[in-house]
Design a protein around this ligand. Structure first.
Ligand SMILES: Nc1nc2c(c(=O)[nH]1)N[C@H]1C(S)=C(S)[C@@H](COP(=O)(O)OP(=O)(O)OC[C@H]3O[C@@H](n4cnc5c(=O)[nH]c(N)nc54)[C@H](O)[C@@H]3O)O[C@H]1N2
Ligand SMILES: Nc1nc2c(c(=O)[nH]1)N[C@H]1C(S)=C(S)[C@@H](COP(=O)(O)OP(=O)(O)OC[C@H]3O[C@@H](n4cnc5c(=O)[nH]c(N)nc54)[C@H](O)[C@@H]3O)O[C@H]1N2
Ligand code: SF4
Ligand SMILES: [Mo]
Length: 695
């Protein structure tokens, strides 16, 4: 303690997937300052601007502090303050009413990016209520990688940055900006200092792209083509791991015979990368051992995500990089209560048949409903009607693909409740808005269920203001009121202790330790094989027919057809200063990035008479928005990179805060869907641009 400041330890959360250990300076129940904790397992002192500004969320004058009830028309922006008991009673009455008339499955439980244990609490609430429909954005985030992993090799192979790799590929992953799932970039920087080689596959020359041995400036949307061309080179040039392939791979010969069609020369036309560079990069990966592939969202924001993910796992497998230190591993988890048990999956044995997406041929292993199918159910009653939604930690109007249909779906629901920390475009459509407590204000467990082999303690450091409640408390109270009382807990803190029980620690002891890590073990397949039908890595899926998917990863041509009316290729990347659509209202972050920028190559801009700072109209077949021009030669002349997640909390003239004007998802569509995960194309879309005011 000095100057009355107590320094408390916790982990950063809810500004991305979280992970950095923090030292938080607290005085009189207020956070004064935040520093990186040098003892942090993942960050060793590193923090980013979001983490350093994260306490400003707590004290913003416009933060939601009381439950609200809609008094005008839906979306009109007229509210009345109500008590918690009225709010909970209204939610219970309405959701029960829908259940009585249409059945429990007509109620959706919606989650955005999972932030902590509230995600599992929400699934438990849905299961105990009787609804199989938890709607989430996993169609474009992580489910494709994780489920393809489970189907192909029995686990989700994550890049191991805790042991030295000879080479790392950042494949559509910009970890200096996104640090995704705690793959904190400082861990990679340490490796680069020790001589690890780097390959970056990104349409933009990112910070690390500039430092890479090879930077492959890929045409957005063509990752499947590139991954298959890598496999072609490695098999044709005999560079694969013979031992591993002979013993542990199912379907090598079959893949080897289809892959002959996928030469670098052939795939160059789709990827815009020269055959020579594809060869050099593929050889470098095959000849370096161990090598890790850190793979990102672009692989999953594409209708071909199932094939792309399988091609990448095949690449890891044939080069012998699966489950070895410094490769792509099955992280060994510390003891923890089974999340399947915690969410009470046992109460809904028919779930895998009843989830909306299964009707559309989606994989039953996908446990959350893709938004595209949820919206179809609301708007067309297919496969059955959806009438109400409970939404937490999500802003679907900005974050789900094809925003116009999201608006239409929400406007057509009979009842909506939203828990958030701030009034958002989506919350503005609700009947009831609940004020959530957020990070630093309650005890939480970080990284559970992420598959990285670590659990991070997030002990509370200050009290939540006024009537803000943690989501997990809201869920616990709703559960008691809406389902059978015995499914729930006297106090939500009991949930934390129960989850931690197998560790032998209670939450307080866990918080003192800071984090717990699973014991390190590699090559677990040597003891028990891979957890697939054949016991091997399945380049060719044994259960393809049962799942109605193609047995081998294939290339069926580009996910979007070229259209001369839309000659540029549109993509997006996450802004280092924000999380999706969150926190545009945080002043320190908004100062760093005041408005949405579209990155354009100077040659392209010159042809269109666009200058730095000009307002630029961006059009696709689906919609039109405006952003501000940023000229940069870091991008391909035929590609533009638009900002994603923009709305304008300061716009008091519109009850939805100018949410259409610059919102990237006005430009995306749900017409084409990758059926396995219900995934739309969010990246690699034909577009045209012009200076606003010109024709
Ligand atoms: N076009 C396009 N679309 C995308 C993506 C893309 O790259 N391009 N990315 C996709 C990905 S990867 C994801 S994960 C999704 C994200 O989708 P969402 O998670 O829906 O995105 P956010 O805009 O961050 O919305 C989160 C909301 O949670 C609120 N919030 C913050 N803390 C708390 C809390 O403690 N409790 C509660 N109740 N609320 C809180 C924030 O204020 C915010 O309104 O979007 C997907 N959509
Ligand atoms: N600052 C910040 N951090 C975040 C988030 C955030 O919103 N903001 N969101 C969090 C979440 S939920 C997630 S899932 C992760 C996602 O983290 P990432 O996977 O890193 O997310 P993106 O920024 O969408 O994409 C990464 C890179 O892909 C490039 N790219 C664009 N199109 C293509 C393409 O077609 N192919 C290839 N190969 N590359 C392409 C972009 O230029 C970008 O540099 O980040 C987490 N961390
Ligand atoms: S990188 Fe992520 S976890 Fe680390 S300080 Fe930034 S927002 Fe927090
Ligand atoms: Mo995500």
């Amino acid at each position: 303690m000095n100057n009355g400041i107590h320094w408390k330890k916790t982990h950063c959360a809810r500004m991305d997937h979280g992970g950095c250990a923090l030292l938080v300076g607290v005085k009189d129940n207020h956070i004064i300052r935040i520093k990186g904790d040098p003892d942090g397992y993942l960050n060793k002192g590193y923090t980013c601007p979001k983490g350093l500004a994260s306490h400003e969320r707590l004290t913003h004058p416009d933060r939601l502090r009381h439950p609200l009830k809609r008094i005008g028309e839906r979306g009109e922006g007229k509210w009345e303050r109500i008590t918690w008991s009225e709010a909970l009673e209204t939610i219970v009455k309405n959701l029960r009413g829908v259940k009585e008339t249409y059945g429990a499955k007509a109620v959706a439980f919606c989650q955005g990016m999972p932030k902590g244990i509230e995600h599992f609490g929400l699934i438990r609430l849905a299961n105990t209520f009787g609804s199989p429909n938890v709607v989430a954005t996993q169609d474009v985030c992580h489910a494709p990688r994780e489920i393809s992993g489970v189907m192909t090799c029995g686990f989700y192979p994550v890049a191991d940055f805790h042991h030295k790799s000879e080479l790392v590929i950042l494949w559509g992953s910009n970890i200096t900006a996104t640090n995704e799932e705690g793959e904190i970039c400082s861990l990679l920087f340490d490796q680069l200092k020790q001589g690890t080689d780097l390959i970056v596959i990104d349409p933009r020359r990112t910070d690390l792209g500039g430092r890479a041995k090879y930077w492959l400036q890929i045409r957005p949307g063509s990752d499947n083509a590139l991954a298959l061309a890598f496999i072609n080179v490695i098999i044709q040039e005999n560079l694969y791991d013979k031992d591993f392939t002979a013993n542990w791979i199912h379907g090598f010969n079959e893949l080897a015979s289809t892959i002959t069609d996928y030469s670098p020369e052939y795939m160059s036309q789709y990827t815009w990368i020269s055959p020579e560079l594809i060869r050099k990069a593929a050889r470098a990966y095959a000849k370096s051992r161990p090598a890790a592939i850190q793979w990102g969202n672009p692989i999953e924001q594409n209708i071909q995500t199932f094939d792309t993910s399988r091609a990448l796992i095949s690449l890891m497998a044939i080069c012998g990089n699966l489950d070895i230190a410094g490769g792509n591993i099955q992280a060994n988890e510390p003891p923890f209560k089974s999340l399947g048990k915690f969410v009470r999956a046992d109460l809904l044995p028919s779930k895998r048949k009843e989830m909306i997406h299964v009707h559309h041929g989606g994989l039953p292993k996908l446990m959350t409903i893709p938004p595209a199918y949820f919206k179809k159910a609301v708007l067309e009653g297919v496969p059955y009607p959806m009438k109400a939604a409970y939404v937490q930690c999500a802003n679907p109007l900005l974050a789900q693909g094809h925003s116009p249909s999201t608006l239409e779906a929400f406007m057509n629901l009979d009842f909506i409740a939203v828990a958030d920390i701030f009034m958002t475009p989506t919350a503005s459509l609700a009947d009831i808005v609940l004020p959530a407590a957020t990070h630093f204000e309650f005890n939480d467990i970080g990284h559970c269920g992420l598959g990285h082999g670590v659990l991070l303690a997030r002990p509370k450091v200050v009290d939540p203001p006024e009537e803000c409640w943690p989501d997990i408390k809201i869920i616990n109270e709703l559960g008691k009121a809406m389902t059978r009382k015995e499914y729930w807990y006297d106090d939500y803190h009991d949930i934390l202790d129960e989850l931690l029980e197998p560790t032998g620690l209670d939450f307080a002891q866990f918080a003192d330790m800071g984090y717990i890590k699973g014991e390190e073990r590699f090559q677990k397949y040597l003891d028990s094989g891979f957890r697939t039908a054949s016991g091997k890595v399945e380049l060719m899926l044994t259960e393809a027919e049962k799942n109605k998917v193609s047995p081998l990863p294939v290339w069926k041509g580009p996910p979007e057809k070229d259209d001369p009316a839309f000659p540029l290729v549109l993509t997006s990347a996450k802004d280092p200063n924000y999380l999706h659509s969150s926190y545009r209202w945080l002043e320190p972050l908004r100062k760093r990035r005041p408005n949405p920028l579209i990155e354009i190559h100077p040659e392209t801009a010159a042809k269109l008479n666009i200058k730095e700072g000009d307002p630029v109209v961006i059009e696709t077949l689906s919609g039109t928005i405006t952003q501000t021009a940023k000229l940069t030669d870091e991008i391909h002349p035929r590609v533009v990179n638009a900002a994603y997640g923009w709305w304008f909390p300061e716009d008091g003239t519109d009850p939805q805060y100018g949410w259409k004007k610059s919102n990237y998802n006005m430009l995306t569509s749900m017409d084409k869907i990758g059926k396995e995960f219900g995934t739309p194309n969010l990246k690699g879309i034909g577009c045209r641009i012009r200076r606003q005011g010109s024709v």
